[in-house]
Design a protein around this ligand. Structure first.
Ligand code: ZN
Length: 358
């Protein structure tokens, strides 16, 4: 195994550049090596860093990161649709397409992404000099010519998660949707809701910078979650419960409020990560005392080439400009810890940072 540079977590709140990240001597025939061109840290990376990987301890000392676009530098003999030099979006969740879970229609339930809890010795995150993936044909997507790197790096997680959430919510034309938590994923959900044909779209957040982007993405009503009883306000404005809710942040009471504002028979999609082992809490009344016909779905990022290509098509055809999320720009791997500090310090001017590998 060769060694290379990468950004690793060494303890709570500690991020360092290491020279000791593994790079396999030989890639599998379906695999590829990708040189990163741009990275973007994410709240889940920041959570791992803040807690010193308490929820996934085997990640200590391994490279972090899962949002990256780059250029292919080496390709296996069995890769058919990509070649060296292609600029690609790299899947953040890495489903194993040759698995029974994939045959069962749930490819995401089997991943060789490092976060999936499988400690492959030759793998880590994508904040490295050279990123190894095992299934290039299935887990890469080409960056269309008219799509910028900044737009492209918002695809593997921000768009793939938000649009997957809306896909699973299954919105009908003219429906009312509430999005609780309008950080980068929630903002993308707002755009996805608008493109799905929603009529009224409530964006629930607290920061002006996010409200501004929400408005631009087509939110019709902006609600501050510090407001007491904001759920009741939404029901009043909507003249009744909303048709669907997506949770992409907010407080500990997000699930309770989501269930309280969704109609009987409606669905709540949760996209928020809950790394603590605390139980989910909501009163039985908001769940229709158990027979309100309300569905809660816990949804993760949609993966794979087809889904990423569809997201890229939305950007290429100007249905969405995900680069509106980017508030901070850095250069060089050495600046990744500085970018991560923005998350750790809860910087209120931050939506998403990007780091160019130059
Ligand atoms: Zn992410």
């Amino acid at each position: 195994m060769k060694r290379m540079k990468g950004v690793v977590i060494t303890g709570p709140g500690k991020l360092e550049i290491s020279d000791n990240c593994p790079l396999p001597d030989k890639i599998v025939p379906t695999g590829a090596l990708i040189k990163p061109l741009i990275w973007s840290p994410c709240t889940s990376d920041a959570h791992l860093c803040a807690t010193g990987c308490s929820s996934l301890p085997y990640l200590i000392g391994k490279a972090v990161g899962h949002e990256m676009c780059g250029v292919i530098t080496e390709i296996g003999n069995d890769v058919h649709d990509f070649k060296v030099g292609d600029r690609v979006i790299v899947c953040s969740v890495m489903p194993i397409w040759r698995s029974l879970e994939a045959q069962d229609g749930h490819a995401n339930n089997r991943q060789d992404n490092m976060y999936a809890g499988i400690d492959y010795p030759d793998r880590g995150g994508s904040f490295v000099e050279s990123y190894y993936i095992r299934d290039a044909d299935m887990n890469l997507a080409k960056i269309p010519e008219d799509v910028t790197l900044e737009q492209a790096v918002m695809i593997p997680d921000m768009m793939c998660t938000a649009f997957e959430g809306m896909r699973q919510l299954g919105t009908g034309f003219g429906e009312s949707i509430a999005v609780i938590g309008i950080g980068p994923v929630g903002l993308m959900v707002i755009r996805a809701a608008v493109l799905s044909g929603a009529g009224r779209v409530f964006g629930i957040g607290s920061r002006k910078i996010c409200f501004d982007v929400a408005r631009e993405y087509g939110a019709t009503d902006l609600i501050d979650y510090h407001e007491k009883d904001y759920g009741k306000k939404i029901i009043a404005l909507n003249c009744g419960p909303v048709d669907g809710v997506v949770i992409a942040g907010g407080g500990d009471d997000s699930l309770e409020i989501a269930l309280s504002i969704v109609k009987r028979g409606g669905t709540v999609v949760n996209l928020s990560a809950h790394f603590s082992n605390d139980p989910f809490k909501f009163s039985s009344s908001v769940f229709g005392f158990g027979y309100g016909g309300k569905t809660i779905k816990g949804i993760g990022c949609g993966g794979g080439r087809l889904w990423m290509s569809r997201m890229a098509a939305l950007v290429e055809n100007k249905r969405v400009d995900p680069s509106l999320l980017i508030t901070h720009r850095f250069h060089g791997m050495e600046s990744i810890p500085e970018a991560m500090e923005l998350f750790l310090n809860h910087d209120r001017s931050l939506i998403k940072p990007v780091i160019y590998n130059d």
